[in-house]
Write a protein that binds this ligand. Sequence first.
Ligand SMILES: NC(=O)c1ccc[n+]([C@@H]2O[C@H](COP(=O)([O-])OP(=O)(O)OC[C@H]3O[C@@H](n4cnc5c(N)ncnc54)[C@H](O)[C@@H]3O)[C@@H](O)[C@H]2O)c1
Length: 315
Amino acid sequence: MKILVTGGCGYVGSVLIPKLLSDGHSIISVDTKWFGDYLPKHKNLKNIKLDISNISNLKIDKLDCCIHLASIANDPMAELDKSLSWETSALNTYNLMEFLKKLKTKRIIYASSGSVYGISKKSKVTENTPLKPISLYNKVKMVTERVILSYSRSIETFIVRPATVCGYSPRMRLDVTVNALTFSALQNKEIKVFGGKQVRPNIHIDDLCDIYRFFLKTNKKNTGIYNAGFENKSILDIAKFIKNIIPSKINIFKDLSDPRSYRLDSTKIIKIGFKPRKTIRHAIDEISEKYSNRILKQQDNFHSLKWLKKIIKKN
Ligand SMILES: NC(=O)c1ccc[n+]([C@@H]2O[C@H](COP(=O)([O-])OP(=O)(O)OC[C@H]3O[C@@H](n4cnc5c(N)ncnc54)[C@H](O)[C@@H]3O)[C@@H](O)[C@H]2O)c1
């Protein structure tokens, strides 16, 4: 298949694209490359530095599918520049959809976010649970879903609502829960927990990439919205779990700047045949191994918020 991946140089894209290449697909990656470029060179990969607001400049005549990952990708980053967040994620998605429609692209797979549910005390948050987005990031994701769904008559539409992703990527993110707490335990022998009672769902990066690969092949009758998270745990329980593996101490702070709390139920995707293979434990072990082999080190561009602040200031 010929696949356009937006945001291909990001944390998820950097793991996904090598897998798609080894599946035999031809890939065009478009990315502003804010956080660098860790994609391998490959005869079937066109790796283009491009803002998707200029997607109509891309010279291609045919596409089978688009996996749309480009976005400002967490709550505090979205607050940095509100209009940039709406433009990057929602408005640009409209431009992208028009472009895909012109090319008669068959299918789009969109990386939304499980955080569109906001705060929910329900024991099971399914795809039918009403959305209560509590941050700008959540609102942008919710509206972008609607933009994409409005094209579902002409393009087969798959919306994925991933949990917080964990695990190693060459473009590492040290701002997502399991990765951040594991890295801090390894480097500082200390795990800082803010609040701690918030329950968050988690997904291993390999499982999420496998979901995108699964949706490339699945029957078009399965179009729709899917939760993607297989381990719901409180932040404090994640910290305790890490402490049992990596000797460290936990310090709890009362600050609750990020109150999002919900338990994802992903039965729907399992019912259509997807099987997760990995867990938080795999992510911790893989990150620890990369750290002890000195492949994973402290790097400023692995802290997305601080790094994006610098980029916005420069422009
Ligand atoms: N990582 C997670 O825990 C998580 C959880 C749920 C959903 N998601 C979603 O998955 C997607 C990928 O997340 P990620 O963790 O890889 O984030 P990331 O920030 O590492 O990757 C996003 C990429 O998009 C690029 N980008 C941003 N705006 C662009 C634009 N206008 N044009 C072209 N490229 C642009 C950035 O340079 C970056 O490389 C995002 O949409 C994110 O919201 C991520």
